[in-house]
Design a binder for this molecule. Structure first.
Ligand code: TEU
Length: 549
């Protein structure tokens, strides 16, 4: 079972501030908008908000490019608004976890402005500068957002490293002064009373020598570098261990073995990590995420089951289907082609995730079963990742035709997750009285919070029930995990065991009825199901049911 800790029992709700609720009519979500919706979140029953970045930022990557870590982006409000939001959340028993984006800063951060000003500036070594190789970049390393990871800077005639957009220069974590500045900034927020950090691409902070060598080589490896655990242990000793907070590291490229270190149960580094294996299973070897390839249930089950059993007793899982970087879960793993199927499959996905072992994360709108948005041209898009990928795959390499790329963007683009939260059926989904920075998904007329909050059969009410069950049955939090029928292509059946009790979860990841195998025999008490009446002999289309015995 492991130690009891509040973040194990919690359900976490991610807010993407720009798209959550606009209180001023600017077309941009803001902190006062969040305050106005705290009662909604309280009613849903969540315990913790993970707030995507609200710091000062030129917004090249929607706030993941920070120009002042201790100031609030005026687009979102003021520090006074932040303090009010924190205290209003705490009044309702809701904790606030902020986003820590310290692999890189914005190129408009004063640190970088100094760093680029001359080769002998004291902050030169706060970022990663290299000479070119044979008249080109130092090596062939690619940015996650397409193109070279090196940007030439005229002024000092050297290149700087950016694993993401060129406006996001990577900080040099090997420099102790950088680490100390980050720790000081973290304390600033903890002393205000925030309840934790989600750490952006924390698995990338330590660079392999070969990755940053000016030798013309491949430079390929960017995750889990040589000093990452040392730096996190240091951060833990100097900062984290002094507060009752939670941490979750975004750990692209993390393996189960690495995660056992990052999120070790002794608590010397972080509490949890986000792994990305399960959202990478439908990628294509050549075009990466830009494909229409559909996942196979067997692969999904294999990956997540391995994480469940792999971390048992050693570390703690975080559970998620989507976030601000992923397409909408119901459109990707479920079926949004009809209203009936959308609701059914959104509820089944919720059952499947919330009954697993780990801390579940809900991405704003997921609790309504919000779907991908129609994307018909690049004009519908706002995301720097999309524009860069288009340039590379369509214009330069010509691997995808414009029509193919558009279809892939519609299926996988991050903007799917970033359309305004659908509050009601009024103009712009009730998100803003002004022109939203990105248009609302037109389906807000039918899919919105106002309609669902009052409907006991809605996706929202279903999430509410799952969250309540977590508080009532310790087996949901603490039970170990056992997968049954691992090779089945349509059913995901698993058991949890704790204190002499067994929890059985039966999920049908298809629109077909399936004759009930003995492993999924209905026994004991039915805790929750997305059907009012079940069949003894068959598992119904997109059924998700949970039994306790
Ligand atoms: O994402 C990091 C990350 O690993 C990305 O590659 C992510 O998988 C990608 O966006 C999917 O297409 C984090 C943030 O969550 C993201 O919003 C930022 O853009 C990125 O870091 C840079 O800060």
């Amino acid at each position: 079972m492991g130690k009891k800790e509040w973040w194990k029992e919690a359900v976490i709700y991610q807010i993407y501030p720009r798209s959550f609720k606009d209180s001023t009519g600017s077309g941009e979500g803001d902190l006062k908008g969040i305050i106005s919706k705290l009662d909604y979140l309280k009613d849903l029953g969540i315990d913790v908000i993970w707030l995507s970045p609200v710091y000062a930022s030129p917004m090249v990557d929607n706030g993941y490019d920070i120009s002042n870590y201790e100031a609030i982006n005026p687009l979102f409000g003021s520090m006074a608004d932040f303090d009010e939001m924190l205290s209003e959340a705490h009044k309702r028993g809701i904790k606030i976890v902020m986003d820590l984006v310290v692999n890189h800063s914005s190129d408009e951060h004063p640190w970088f402005i100094e760093s680029r000003s001359s080769r002998d500036n004291p902050k030169r070594d706060w970022y990663i500068w290299r000479d070119g190789f044979n008249g080109g970049p130092p090596n062939q390393l690619r940015s996650v957002f397409s193109g070279s990871a090196w940007q030439f800077d005229e002024k000092t005639a050297q290149y700087y490293l950016h694993l993401f957009a060129s406006a996001q220069p990577d900080l040099n974590w090997d420099n102790p002064a950088v680490r100390d500045a980050v720790y000081r900034m973290m304390k600033f927020w903890f002393d205000k009373g925030i309840d934790g950090f989600r750490m952006d691409v924390i698995s990338m902070i330590s660079k392999f020598p070969a990755t940053v060598a000016a030798d013309g080589g491949k430079g390929a490896n960017i995750c889990n570098g040589p000093h990452v655990h040392e730096y996190l242990e240091e951060m833990n000793k100097k900062v984290l261990s002094h507060y009752d907070i939670m941490t979750v590291g975004e750990a692209a490229g993390v393996t189960i073995d690495e995660a056992k270190r990052y999120a070790n149960a002794e608590g010397t580094e972080l509490n949890m990590v986000f792994q990305f294996e399960h959202v990478g299973i439908d990628e294509d070897a050549e075009t990466g995420k830009w494909t229409l390839k559909r996942y196979r249930l067997r692969d999904l089950k294999k990956v997540l089951s391995a994480w469940e059993t792999g971390l048992e007793g050693k570390a703690w899982n975080s559970l998620f289907w989507d976030n601000h970087d992923q397409p909408r879960a119901v459109s990707r793993f479920g079926d949004d082609s009809t209203e009936e199927l959308r609701q059914r499959s959104a509820k089944m996905l919720a059952v499947c995730l919330h009954m697993m072992k780990g801390t579940p994360y809900i991405y704003q709108g997921e609790e309504l079963g919000m779907t991908n948005t129609p994307i018909r041209s690049l004009e519908d898009c706002r995301d720097v990742e999309i524009f860069n990928a288009w340039k590379e795959l369509v214009e330069e390499k010509k691997i995808l035709s414009p029509a193919e790329m558009l279809a892939a963007i519609a299926a996988r683009g991050r903007d799917n997750a970033r359309t305004p939260m659908q509050w009601d059926d009024s103009l712009n989904a009730g998100f803003s009285t002004g022109k939203p920075w990105i248009p609302a998904n037109p389906n807000y007329k039918t899919i919105n919070a106002a309609a669902q909050v009052k409907d006991p059969a809605s996706v929202y009410s279903f999430y509410k029930k799952l969250i309540r069950l977590r508080k009532e049955y310790p087996v949901i939090v603490h039970g170990d995990y056992e997968v049954l029928l691992p090779d089945d292509e349509r059913l995901w059946v698993y058991r949890r065991h704790y204190g002499g009790k067994t929890l059985l979860t039966v999920c049908n990841f298809s629109g077909k009825k399936i004759s009930r195998p003995s492993e999924a025999k209905a026994e004991g008490k039915l805790l929750v199901s997305n059907y009012d009446s079940l069949s003894a002999s068959e598992i119904l289309p997109w059924e998700g049911s949970v039994y306790l015995f």
